[in-house]
Design a protein around this ligand. Structure first.
Ligand SMILES: Nc1nc2c(ncn2[C@@H]2O[C@H](COP(=O)(O)OP(=O)(O)OP(=O)(O)O)[C@@H](O)[C@H]2O)c(=O)[nH]1
Ligand SMILES: [Mg+2]
Length: 404
């Protein structure tokens, strides 16, 4: 699935755990995702280590025996970075770094790094920078104590402590400054959004890499950056779309992910305003992904966090061209039907019974079922539009249909 390019990939290993919350299969799937994240960040995964452990070791997260195994591998294979699927405390990160003597990242740090790499506009960069400083602040002590220990471990409350304080102050000032900067841009953006009047607003939401930008391009003929990497889109793009004679605004925004760092949700609040202020959500799902149901849950959780869970929502199951299911032999009376055996029709039935609105099955890439998609979205938009413009619907006849 992952195309390797001929550039220098940083050599990495991944570390995950197996416990009551995540069994072996889930752990593997999480590490698959972590590998995709690593690849997106410019890394190459040489090996994965997993450990069955119910309570993580407070000092080193994984047990000392496992860590030694990792240390040997890291040394023998010239590994540059070790990435943990779970969030590490400042202390754990420092301890592990001291033992492995290479860069240690956790999932949050990795996601922040990708966001930093991908931020294109100064607005996105400011938001990412804020998230990075917020992530750094509680970890500063660790960094300095680390240096103190290297110097011999004496004078912990001496100059080292002052340096921590100075550093903390610098970071806090920086955070305050960034927040102010974002506030100014927010105001400008709120004015811009206000200027759009009462036009119906539709937002594409969904897990990262499900095809939101591709769908946006198909519907609005815009040229939004889409690629097979995570978080291709960081900024929000808004386009005016007209289906039949009804115009509406369609926005494409940052993708969600399991355990999206809270710092990121917070600093991306303004980007997510587009979702919060939308009248209708199109929740795009990659039905060809083995974990798509879990993805839906993650997205709903984040929608809940930004107070957008109860909006009218149409579920859009994308990538039907890639979906495959296991088949059961007609004469086979033993095999029990599991979700792996579901056909697209089975899924449609299951979801239709779960959601109030229509649910759609499309392929944005191959433009399959786009007529049905347009018809359903049109009806939903029309419903909202009529409540907003009960008398002067005719006013909109003049909009050109070139984008429909
Ligand atoms: N097979 C198949 N691939 C698709 C389809 N729609 C999109 N893709 C591919 O999926 C990948 C991700 O598409 P994007 O449109 O960038 O996804 P996104 O949801 O905008 O991703 P982020 O911006 O990273 O959150 C690209 O490689 C697309 O070509 C589809 O219907 N079928
Ligand atoms: Mg995108």
């Amino acid at each position: 699935m992952i195309e390797k390019q001929l550039i220098d990939f940083e050599k990495t290993v991944l570390i995950g755990i197996i416990n009551q919350d995540q069994n072996e299969v889930q752990s593997k799937e999480y590490l698959d995702e972590l590998e995709f994240l690593t690849y997106t960040a410019g890394g190459e995964v040489l090996k994965r280590f997993t450990q069955k452990i119910d309570v993580p070791n407070p000092k080193t997260f994984i047990g000392s025996g496992k860590l030694e195994e990792v240390a040997n591998y890291v040394e023998a294979n010239d590994v540059g970075t070790v990435i943990f699927d779970d969030e590490l405390s400042a202390g754990q990160q420092r301890n592990i770094e001291r033992i492995l003597k290479v860069k240690i990242l956790d999932r949050t740090g990795l996601i922040l790094d990708i966001f930093a790499q991908r931020a294109q506009t100064s607005y996105a960069r400011t938001q990412v920078e804020l998230a990075q400083y917020q992530y750094l602040l509680p970890r500063l002590t660790g960094l300095w104590t680390h240096l103190e220990r290297q110097r011999g471990g004496i004078g912990m409350r001496g100059p080292g402590e002052t340096e921590i304080e100075t550093d903390r102050r610098i970071v806090r000032d920086k955070i305050a400054l960034l927040k102010k900067k974002i506030l100014t841009i927010d105001k400008q953006m709120a004015v811009q959004r206000g200027n759009r009047g009462k036009m119906v607003r539709v937002a594409l939401v969904g897990y990262t890499n499900v095809g939101k930008s591709t769908l946006m391009n198909v519907i609005s003929k815009s040229d939004v950056f889409a690629e097979n990497k995570l978080f291709a889109t960081l900024d929000t793009t808004v386009r005016k779309v007209v289906i039949k004679n009804i115009p509406f605004l369609l926005s494409d925004t940052v993708g969600f992910i399991r355990k999206l760092p809270t710092q990121l949700i917070e600093s991306f609040k303004s980007t997510l305003d587009e979702v919060r202020e939308a009248d209708l959500l199109l929740h795009v799902v990659d039905i060809a992904h083995p974990n798509f149901e879990e993805h839906i849950d993650s997205v709903n959780k984040i929608l809940d966090e930004i107070d957008s869970k109860d909006k009218p929502t149409i579920m859009v199951f994308n990538k039907i061209d890639q979906y495959t299911h296991d088949s059961i032999d007609k004469d086979d009376l033993v095999t029990e039907k599991t979700k792996a055996h579901y056909t697209l029709q089975d899924w449609k039935k299951t979801w239709l019974s779960q959601v109030d609105e229509e649910c759609l099955f499309i392929s944005a890439l191959n433009k399959e079922n786009m007529d049905e998609f347009k018809a359903v979205v049109f009806e939903a938009v029309k419903k909202i539009h009529m409540t907003r413009f009960p008398y002067n619907d005719f006013l909109y006849q003049e909009f050109d249909e070139s984008t429909s």
